[in-house]
Design a protein around this ligand. Structure first.
Ligand code: BES
Ligand code: ZN
Length: 607
């Protein structure tokens, strides 16, 4: 039985890493890469310091689609010798094990390698896909794509520090999940240092025409020059967010917290790369209404980056805590009424997901069973919103101050370590549950973690501000004209509007849709969340004036969370499948592999 004091000893092996069973572990990486936009490749070497306590004769790394040019083994004294290596049989999801023979005196190894132009983690953008005249490159390593640009031990339970030298075209800036430059290097060579140990999924690189603007001593924004002023306005509260997070759950352990605003093809809303969160520009709404996403990525600096899911089966430990923490940050800064809206929207998304996956499906368990599957399949609202609902339930039973004290201790105790579900439960019992007889039964812990659906003791959520939205919806149902609702909706944020759009009846006449559009200008909205909620409504109603705007959106935006429901809505529309496929054929080159791997299946299915 794992104990809270020795969490790393009995961690489960990771079914998504060939390397995770290897007794030889990497400790430090020295990376040297040249970024070549013409051939869309990274080429260079990765030098890994090894820990080999049992003097094993072989080390195993993860790779996928890499060209391994040669391997040398190194000794403490720096002597190098060519090493025998082999690549295992390729698996479409996991890639290939790279096995390298070691000598007793080997302390490090150097791998010369090159990435494939199709490397799944990398997205190479042509100038037309950016805000300016230069090309752009970014990585997305989570969950198991780091191995497509770096031979590594690609398991979240294995951490390492790193340094890197990256050569890029002279007028471009390079950034990593590390200490970052704030200015262009005239030579195009950048040196990075990351002294806090991180798992491979947090390795990140971005290269482009980027500029920096500070927001406080320890926070700032990187973006393309055309985007930078908008972004600094949008994220003006960044320092306040970091301060709020620290007040809640302890010191920020990564020194700087900067944001990098990516071009719109970035496949996620945000990615918590240490010291440098990557974000989609679709949260630049102009009114700071979508910044909870930044609170979310920031919260990962504790839940996820400090205390890390040991395997992707334990993903809820990353995301569930992060959603709970995100909402606490938002409540701290903007009040309960604001946070309540986020909670209610999140719960609605959870119900929708449970319905989609099936209330009895094991994929609705917090603790997942992803062996033999792509860990991407675990990326659902279950980890996020059921995870958050679990913590809200705990909060309702033990009270906030004891829960906060528990979470703070948990982050401090397991900083820079991996955590699996069993060890977490053990720690939870020891630190919180066992002190109150009957508490675990009232919590219904096993049902939450190893059972399906949403347990009945999840606290019901309400939002005062959404009551007004529900009233407006009722008026509409009762026959009120959309224009007559205007005065009541004047102060609504995009959250109220999203709730409103989700609450519209499934069958809406095209006349009513047109009137709604005329009264509230949904089709012309600059808020991506509102557009994503509106387009399916408009399609269902046959409100064709929204279609060109939808097409434009699908061409520009690569965020999978928007693309999947929008293509699904198109496919369900009478004239939709042909149009969906026509748009997809044109827009596909603008999407990251993370998005196309989902969409290829979705659009092929319907043929
Ligand atoms: N770490 C995730 C993104 C992720 C998870 C990428 C798993 C690949 C595999 C990130 O923190 C995240 O959750 N992003 C969300 C935003 C959030 C506000 C729910 C997203 O991108 O939509
Ligand atoms: Zn997250």
């Amino acid at each position: 039985m794992p104990t809270a004091e020795s969490p790393s000893i009995l961690l489960p092996t990771d079914p998504h890493s060939f390397a995770s069973g290897s007794p030889v572990r990497v400790g430090h990486l020295a990376l040297a890469l040249t970024v070549d936009f013409a051939t869309r490749t990274l080429a260079g070497s990765a030098t890994w310091q090894l820990a080999n306590p049992g003097s094993a004769s072989e080390v195993v790394l993860d790779t996928r689609d890499l060209v391994i040019e040669g391997v040398e083994i190194l000794t403490e004294a720096g002597n190098a010798a060519p090493a025998a290596f082999s690549l295992g049989a390729p698996d479409a999801v996991l890639g290939q094990a790279l096995r390298i023979a070691l000598q007793p005196e080997t302390t490090a190894l150097r791998i010369g390698y090159r990435t494939a132009p199709t490397a799944a983690a990398l997205q190479w953008l042509a100038p037309e896909q950016t805000a300016g005249p230069e090309p752009f490159l970014f990585t997305q390593s989570q969950a198991i794509l780091a191995r497509t640009w770096l031979p590594c031990q690609d398991s979240p339970g294995i951490r390492f520090t790193y340094e890197a030298t990256v050569r890029v075209p002279a007028h471009l800036l390079a950034l990593m999940s590390a200490e970052n430059p704030q200015q262009l290097s005239p030579s195009g060579e950048y040196r990075f240092r990351m002294t806090q140990p991180i798992p491979a999924y947090l390795m990140a690189l971005a290269v482009g025409d980027l500029a920096f603007a500070p927001l406080s001593d320890r926070t700032g924004i990187y973006a393309e020059p055309a985007t930078l002023p908008v972004a600094t306005h949008e994220f003006a509260d960044l320092e306040n967010m970091v301060a709020a997070a620290e007040e809640l759950y302890g010191p920020y352990r990564w020194e700087r917290y900067d944001l990098l605003v990516l071009p719109p093809s970035f496949p996620f809303g945000g990615m918590e790369n240490p010291r440098l969160t990557f974000v989609t520009p679709t949260i630049l709404a102009g009114d700071r209404s979508l910044t909870s996403l930044v609170a979310h990525e920031l919260a990962h600096s504790w839940s996820g980056n400090l205390v890390t899911n040991a395997t992707w089966n334990d993903f809820w430990l990353n995301e569930g805590f992060t959603v709970y923490f995100e909402r606490r940050i938002m409540e701290h800064l903007y009040g309960c009424e604001y946070a309540d809206m986020l909670q209610v929207l999140g719960r609605a998304a959870l119900h929708h997901t449970i319905e989609e996956i099936g209330a009895a499906s094991p994929d609705t368990h917090l603790h997942l069973a992803l062996a033999g599957r792509d860990p991407d399949e675990g990326l659902t609202e279950i980890a996020y919103e059921k995870g958050c609902a679990f913590l809200l339930t705990l909060e309702s039973l033990v009270g906030r101050p004891p829960l906060d004290a528990f979470i703070k201790r948990y982050f401090a105790r397991f900083s820079f370590q991996a955590m699996d579900t069993a060890t977490f439960l053990h720690y939870l019992r020891a630190e919180l549950l066992d002190r109150t007889p009957g508490l675990e039964a009232r919590l219904n812990l096993a049902a939450w973690v190893e059972g399906p659906g949403l347990p009945a003791n999840a606290p019901a959520l309400t939002s005062h501000r959404f009551d007004a939205v529900d009233q407006a919806l009722a008026q509409l149902q009762a026959g009120a004209a959309p224009a007559a609702l205007r005065s009541g909706t004047a102060g609504w944020s995009s959250h109220e509007w999203v709730h409103f759009l989700h609450g519209l009846p499934p069958t809406l006449s095209s006349i009513l849709a047109a009137k709604l559009d005329e009264a509230f200008h949904f089709t012309k909205s600059g808020n991506a969340e509102m557009l994503a909620a509106w387009f399916p409504v408009a399609l269902r109603a046959g409100h064709s004036p929204a279609v060109p705007a939808l097409e434009k959106f699908l061409h520009k935006v690569g965020r999978r969370k928007f693309l999947v429901p929008l293509y699904k809505a198109l496919l369900a529309w009478p004239n939709g499948p042909a149009l969906a496929r026509a748009i997809y054929a044109e827009a596909r080159p603008n999407y990251h592999s993370v998005a196309t791997s989902t969409l290829d299946a979705l659009l092929a299915e319907q043929k």
